[in-house]
Design a protein around this ligand. Structure first.
Ligand code: NAD
Ligand code: MG
Length: 297
C-alpha cells in the first residue's frame, strides 16, 4: 500500500465497491470484514500532539472509535476504551496496539444502555488512567427498518438509550473530572442533516447529538472545556454490515458519494486528534462533517 501521506488521488486511495456480501450479527466485528478496514494500525503516524493526555473512547474496539483510539495513543495519550462484552476479540487487538506504542490501555467492557454502567465506566476510566482530559462519546446503534411499521418500541428505546441517553449519562458523570483544556467529542452523522428513509430512529438520535453537544459546549466553555461534534458520512465499519444497512446496500456502500467509495476509519482519525488537542484551542461548539464530499454541516 502507498504511504497515507504520499500525494495521490484520494478517490482511489482505498477500496471501492462492489464488496462481498457479508451480513454479521450485532455487534459486528471489524475482524470479520472483507476488505479489512484501515483503522491506522500500520498507517497512522503520530507527532506528539497529545503527549501525556488521558482519553476515554466509547466504541473504541472497532471502526471510527478504534481509529481515534489508535491515533490518540500514537500521539502520546493513554487510552481507555468501552465496548460490548461480545467484542472482546476486537478490543484485545486495540489494547495490544495502544500498549505497543508504549501507552497505557484500559479495557472497559459493558453495555452503555445501562445508566449505572455509564457512571461506573467514567469512574473506572479516571481511576485506570489517573484522570481524564479527552472524552469521545462515539458508541452507536444503527439498525435499518424499511418502514415505520417495523420500528418497534424496543428498537426506538435501544437506539435512543445507546446514542442519546448514554451520551448524557457519560458526559454528566465526566464533567466533575474535566479541567480547563479538556475536550469532549461526540460522533453524530450526515444522518442528522440528510436522514435516510430506513433510519428513522437512528437519524433522530444523530440530530439530537448535534443539538446536545452544541448546547453543552456553551456550558463547558465557562470552565475552559471545549465540546465538538464529528459528523461522518459513509465509513467502512461493522456497524453497517451488522444491520446498519441491508446486506445488498453494504455491497455497494459508498458508491453514491462523489468519491465513489466509503471512507476508511483512519481517514477521520485526524479530525478527532485535532479536536482533542490544544491546537483546537479556538474550536468549540462546531460540527465537523467528514463525508467524502457531501458538504453537510
Ligand atoms: P462500529 O460498530 O465499529 O462502532 C460502534 C461501537 O459502538 C461498537 O464497536 C460498540 O462497541 C459500541 N456500542 C454499540 N452499542 C453499545 C452498547 N449498548 N454498549 C456499549 N457499546 C456499544 O461502527 P462505527 O461506524 O465506527 O460507529 C461509531 C460511531 O460512528 C457511531 O456513533 C455511528 O453512529 C457513527 N457513524 C458511523 C458511520 C458509518 O458509516 N460507519 C456514519 C456516520 C456516523
Ligand atoms: Mg465494535
Amino acid at each position: 500500500m502507498t504511504d497515507r501521506l504520499t500525494l495521490q488521488d484520494p478517490r482511489v486511495q482505498y477500496p471501492r465497491p462492489p464488496f462481498p456480501r457479508q451480513p454479521q450479527p450485532v455487534p459486528g466485528l471489524a475482524t470479520q470484514m472483507d476488505p479489512k478496514p484501515d483503522h491506522g494500525e500500520k498507517s497512522y503516524r503520530g507527532s506528539g500532539k497529545l503527549t501525556g493526555r488521558k482519553a476515554l473512547v466509547t466504541g473504541g474496539d472497532s471502526g471510527i472509535g478504534r481509529a481515534a483510539a489508535i491515533a490518540f495513543a500514537r500521539e502520546g495519550a493513554d487510552v481507555a476504551i468501552v465496548y460490548l462484552p461480545g467484542e472482546e476479540s476486537d478490543a484485545k487487538e486495540v489494547v495490544a496496539l495502544i500498549e505497543a506504542d508504549g501507552r497505557k490501555a484500559v479495557a472497559l467492557p459493558g453495555d452503555v444502555t445501562d445508566e449505572a454502567f455509564c457512571r461506573q465506566l467514567v469512574a473506572n476510566a479516571v481511576e485506570g488512567l489517573g484522570g481524564l482530559d479527552v472524552l469521545v462519546i462515539n458508541a452507536g446503534r444503527q439498525q435499518n427498518r424499511e418502514d415505520i411499521s417495523k420500528v418497534t418500541s424496543e428498537d426506538f428505546d435501544k437506539t435512543l438509550k445507546t446514542n442519546l441517553y448514554a451520551l448524557h449519562w457519560i458526559a454528566q458523570a465526566a464533567m466533575p473530572h474535566l479541567k480547563a483544556g479538556a475536550s469532549i467529542i461526540t460522533t453524530a452523522s450526515i444522518q442528522a442533516y440528510e436522514p435516510s428513509a430506513i433510519l428513522l430512529d437512528y437519524a433522530t438520535t444523530k440530530a439530537g447529538i448535534v443539538a446536545y453537544t452544541k448546547a453543552l459546549a456553551k456550558q463547558t466553555i465557562e470552565k475552559g472545556i471545549r465540546a465538538n461534534v464529528v459528523a461522518p458520512g459513509p465509513f467502512w465499519t461493522a456497524l453497517q454490515s451488522s444491520g446498519g444497512q441491508p446486506p445488498e446496500a453494504v455491497m455497494k456502500f459508498g458508491e453514491e458519494s462523489v468519491y465513489g467509495r466509503p471512507g476508511q476509519p483512519v481517514e477521520i482519525a485526524p479530525v478527532y486528534v485535532l479536536l482533542a488537542s490544544q491546537e483546537a484551542s479556538f474550536i468549540s461548539g462546531e460540527v465537523y462533517g467528514v463525508t467524502g464530499g457531501a458538504g453537510i454541516a
